[in-house]
Design a protein. Structure first.
Length: 302
């Protein structure tokens, strides 16, 4: 398993801090591509302005939600890329505030709206005051980016890290098996289906290398594997025998990430959470059956 030491910075002196954002945005990303296609098509009217402003607002909120996850970022380098993108977002937001001010001015200039004069001393600020303040706010944001963006992004990009980073699906399975063996008291078995080095990640069609992990817990047998571009966990008790002698599963637990090279501990936590939840459910069911028998006995003796 490869270990990410994070010692070599990906940004050299000739690459600006927003280079990480530009590099990541150029990679396959359907959301970015859709926005860029809309820009290339042309935006000239209020519908375009409103749609893009609302899209930007939703996207900013989605970033907050994404970063709330305990596994939102694996390495300092992941954080550097996100920081690079967020500082670019700040710059664009500052520019958008100025363009909003200019757009309102054009509406007023066409005689299609009236704008009151700035409020007098001691009076509450009005729209004219707010629009005037947008220029100052834009300058403040650009100043913040100029002072802190490069330092923040470069420091994160060069920070050492030791997160286990699998190079392919097989390494992920092997790493999860090792962690489960350490963190689960039951028997854990790595089931391999190919010789070492025979797996070619380029041929991965979403079903991984075929290797999986068996986990024993009390009376249940679990199987951790990859299939249909997802990480899943099945219970032997949910299986049904098919006519060809194999076992089929109509029920499976889909784990929280679909990344082929997900952090092994993230997947391990998911597996252990399912097992712990099943234990709790079994105890509650047993308690319920005991209480039902006790009520029945009380009724008979009543």
């Amino acid at each position: 398993m490869l270990i990410n030491q994070g010692s070599a910075a990906r940004l050299d002196d000739a690459t600006p801090w927003n280079g990480l954002y530009e590099r990541a945005a150029e990679q396959q990303n359907d959301l970015v591509s859709e926005v860029r296609t809309a820009v290339d098509y042309g935006m000239h009217d209020p519908v375009d302005s409103v749609e893009m402003a609302c899209t930007a607002a939703e996207t900013a909120g989605a970033v907050v939600r994404a970063l709330e996850s305990p596994w939102a970022l694996y390495t300092p380098q992941d954080a550097a890329t996100v920081a690079s993108a967020l500082f670019v977002q700040l710059q664009h937001s500052a520019d958008a505030l100025l363009e909003l001010r200019r757009s309102v001015g054009r509406i007023v200039g066409r005689g299609e709206a009236d704008l009151v004069a700035p409020a007098a001393a001691g009076q509450p600020a009005n729209l004219a005051d707010a629009l005037k303040a947008l220029h100052s706010l834009s300058d403040t944001i650009h100043g913040l980016v100029a002072r802190h963006a490069s330092t923040t992004v470069r420091a994160l990009d060069s920070a050492p890290g030791s997160a286990p980073v699998p190079a392919d699906t097989h390494q992920t399975v092997v790493a999860v098996a090792a962690l489960l063996a350490e963190q689960h008291e039951g028997e854990v078995t790595l089931n391999t289906c190919h010789a070492e080095g025979d797996y070619d990640p380029q041929t991965d069609d979403g079903f991984g290398c075929g290797c999986d992990v068996t986990v024993l817990d009390s009376d249940e047998v679990y199987n951790f594997h990859r299939g249909d571009s997802e990480w899943s966990l099945t219970r032997d008790s949910d299986g049904r025998e098919l006519t060809d002698g194999t076992t089929g599963f109509d029920t499976r637990e889909t784990l929280s990430t679909s990344l082929r090279t997900a952090h092994p501990q993230q997947l391990t936590d998911d597996v252990l959470h399912v097992i712990t939840t099943d234990r709790k459910t079994a105890v509650e069911a047993a308690d319920g059956r005991w209480a039902e028998r006790a009520r029945a006995a009380q009724h008979r003796n009543g």
